[in-house]
Write a protein that binds this ligand. Structure first.
Ligand SMILES: [Zn+2]
Length: 105
């Protein structure tokens, strides 16, 4: 079996660490803010899994900054998080730069 990258087990959004869990589900993903949990469907392909993790993280980010009305706008979340996913996955040098800046923080 070939190597498959695993999502992080925790993602910090604002001051809150979210557990990232993979399990069988009818949905691609689910963000439960009060439970500090993001659940990913464990049968997705690699790129869909990444896209879903960023989608659910975006819901959490909007909730964290008090913009729940935007988080409830599924079309907005889908468009913005897919654009963010494309930006990150298509620019590996940007990821390297972010890593280097983060290590200086
Ligand atoms: Zn959503």
């Amino acid at each position: 079996m070939s190597y498959r990258p695993k999502p992080p087990t925790t993602i910090k959004i604002g001051p809150i660490p979210f557990d990232v869990i993979k399990e069988p589900s009818e949905n691609s993903g689910l963000m439960e803010y009060e439970d500090q949990r993001i659940t990913l469907n464990d049968s997705m392909g690699l790129h869909c899994e990444l896209e879903t993790l960023l989608h659910e993280s975006f819901h959490a980010m909007l909730t964290c900054i008090g913009k729940e009305e935007l988080s409830d706008n599924e079309g907005f979340v889908q468009a913005a998080s897919n654009a963010l996913t494309a930006l990150l996955i298509n620019n590996i040098d940007l990821i390297r730069y972010i890593n280097e800046v983060a290590r200086k923080a």
